[in-house]
Ligand binder design. Sequence first.
Ligand code: MV4
Length: 499
Amino acid sequence: MKFTKILIANRGEIALRIMRSAREMGIKTVAVYSEADRDALHVRYADEAVCIGPAASNQSYLVMDKIIDAAKKTGAQAIHPGYGFLSENAAFARALREAGITLIGPSPESMEIMGDKLSAKAAAKKYNIPLVPGTDYAITDVEEAKKVAASVGFPILIKASAGGGGKGMRIVETADQFEENLQRAVSEAQSAFGDGSVFIERYVGSPRHIEIQVLGDTHGNVVYLFERECSVQRRHQKVVEEAPSSVLTPEIRKAMGECAVMVAKACNYVGAGTVEFLLDENKNFYFLEMNTRLQVEHPVTEMITGKDLVKEQILVAQGEKLSFTQDDLSINGHSIEVRVYAEDPANNFLPDIGKLIRYVRPQGSGVRVDDGFEEGMDIPIYYDPMIAKLVVWGENREQAMDRMIRAIDEYTIVGCQTTLAFCKFVMKHDAFRSGNFDTHFVKHYFTPDVLIENPTEDESTVLAMMAHHLQKSAAKKNTPLSQQTNAGSVSKWKLNRLN
Ligand code: MV4
């Protein structure tokens, strides 16, 4: 069935990004919004908009019934959930199925298999996908855990089956630490996820995080759209993503890609999904988990493949066959994304929301900005503090990194602290530039004082202004008051630079 109208059950940059593809396809869009998002860009961009409640997500963007009602009321045939919120909620997928509304995403069954790490591992094991040595069943008995550990070797990582994204993980260095850690992990998993199942794996000490984009249709076809490298992250929050990875050989890429396709086939996957792997120092890769949604960092894949992943999602949700095969896909150039958060990297990345007093996006060749804000808007406190995704494309990695630095320098955000300077620090760092880094990059190399050595253009301006001002006031001290002028050269100069 061809859709004529779809509802986007999300907000911010991803809601806009989805609407843009829908509009290109001639599909009308319905926005839903909370009271905090009345003036948001996704509401203005949509053909229709429905208010679904107060600011708090659990009273708006997370309330299935309100969203389903909005779809029924507006006659939307399908719902795109974006990422976060209800995007990986199997109950929502099932409720849509019962309401006769198409989810632009996988089936509830695929979500359930992959939502639970143990059932995901079990599904992958059937296809001989490499897994980190450990257990593929829930473990509660300390003696048994010690036995497994003796065969796979310490350190060991305890993971919650219902966890994911690093939640509920514990490292165990020696056998005598098992008792305490296992009990704690079980009770933490029970209280955090309502499921105390944990399993153990050998701890891979310095891994790279590499994920494969897959796309499946309802006719059993699945392709991979190569990898994204997401090793630069801070406390499990990704900061920089790129495609392709600088460490994969064509052979490993093909092997990982084919494994990812098998993982998708293992759960009859339909739509866009991401299969996460760890890559160890010897370039062995291991399946970790599958994310059954469109990911934040999908643009880097779009930049190197030329595909519009949202369009493809909509087409397969309409029941169409994929219009290309694996052999039609190739990697063109290099793409990097940085996440621009309203957070203060000098102050432990605490959210620093405020009004965007001045907001000027970078432009020019090979630059894409996915955002949901305009100058003058407030960043709401209720949601994720991501302001934008800054994405660049270059013919090669070097050009992409240089272009990213240029784009960061062009980006003007006044009104809140942002992670831009931090991203510039990463782009200039030898370990990043050489490609020789792992998931410990931020922990190993970042301290707030590096920001002073890596100011963005805006910060350089402010620093120069401060220096200028200090010089003037020092000079003033030695000048009789009667001779002091108040030319306001600082503010005039600032205006020149900003306009
Ligand atoms: C691991 C690991 C080391 N060894 N598993 C973190 C997120 C979740 N998807 C799995 N994670 C990890 N699993 C074994 N056996 C290290 C991590 C990990 C990590 C993985 C990807 C990206 C960033 C990370 C940061 C810390 C730990």
